[in-house]
Design a protein around this ligand. Structure first.
Ligand code: PZK
Length: 288
């Protein structure tokens, strides 16, 4: 293990994790894409690089709010060396708008994760203020929204108050930033860990299209689901095929691949103001 061999440490649906040594992991974002919770057989070229670059961009800009795990953005523009942490067993979700499981909870209960919400809200409505809605990490299948009390039982009250405050501050910073570029951040999922000194550290990927709902602001209209900034061509293609959304997923035609790749790159360039070619030439461009 002292010879530099990387040890496979885990697979996500579209990412891979390797152990480098006692203190460091290698996080690799592949070009795989999932829709309706199924990974499709056709990759989207450069998707992993877009997500890695966006994460790096946000890590650099939010380090004054909370330290993060990023150590090195590698020359391949899709992999990062990160600090090995003790991860908290909850997903930290912040919602500014009513979508996904937050909208489902609201329709059923009038609340989500214990936040009583006003009556009469419609799908995709803006919430009176952003809310913290923690979830469990399901080994497979769907994460489940839990109350803040249940989350406090998992991580302790003090740590939960810290991650709630930090998550809301991160959401507020990034959603304000994205709004100046015509992109709405409907919600986002964050993961935190503790370093050897017991300090809270932001980990995983942050504020990417895979961990967040990005909506184009110019077509926002409450009362219906919003088109996804990045995946809408893929969803539309799958819907018009009549696929039953069970594996295996369909292969994507070249037009859908190209349209989707363009949307990822557009999201990257709109948010970072860095030309994607400049990022590929020198990934560290996004960190300054
Ligand atoms: C860690 N995951 C999720 C991500 C996968 C699985 N800095 C860290 N320290 C310790 N553990 C993790 C991290 C991070 N990030 C993250 N699981 C463990 C995950 C990507 C691919 F297979």
């Amino acid at each position: 293990m002292s010879d530099g061999a990387a040890v496979h440490a885990g697979s996500g649906k579209v990412r891979e994790l390797f152990g480098l040594d006692e203190d460091r992991l290698l996080l690799v974002a592949t070009d795989r894409i999932s829709t309706f919770d199924v990974v499709l057989p056709t990759p989207i070229p450069d998707k992993g690089r877009v997500l890695t670059g966006l994460s790096g961009f946000w890590f650099a800009r939010t380090s004054q709010i909370v330290p993060n795990h990023l150590l090195v953005l590698r020359p391949d523009a899709r992999s990062t060396e990160v600090r090995r942490l003790e991860m908290l067993p909850i997903e930290c979700v912040v919602r500014g708008y009513l979508a996904g499981s937050g909208w489902k909870d609201y329709q059923r209960l009038g609340s989500t994760s214990g936040h009583e919400l006003p009556e009469g809200l419609v799908e995709s409505d803006r919430l009176p203020e952003p809310i913290f809605t923690p979830a469990t990490k399901a080994a497979e299948g769907h994460d489940e929204n839990i109350s803040r009390e249940a989350a406090a039982d998992l991580v302790g009250r003090e740590l939960l108050e810290d991650v709630e405050r930090i998550s809301l501050e991160l959401y507020s910073y990034v959603s304000d930033y994205a709004a100046t570029r015509g992109i709405m951040l409907a919600d986002t999922k964050l993961e935190f860990g503790l370093d050897g000194a017991g300090t809270l550290v932001l980990a995983d990927e942050a504020f990417t299209p895979d961990s967040s709902r990005f909506w184009p602001a110019d077509s926002y209209e409450p009362g219906r689901p919003q088109p996804s900034f990045d995946k809408q061509y893929v969803r539309d293609f799958c819907e018009q095929l009549g696929w039953d959304k069970t594996p295996p997923g369909p292969e994507l035609p070249q037009s859908v691949v190209e349209g989707t790749r363009s949307r990822y790159i557009e999201a990257f360039e709109r948010l970072t103001a860095v030309p994607f070619a400049a990022y590929l030439d020198d990934p560290n461009t996004v960190l300054s």
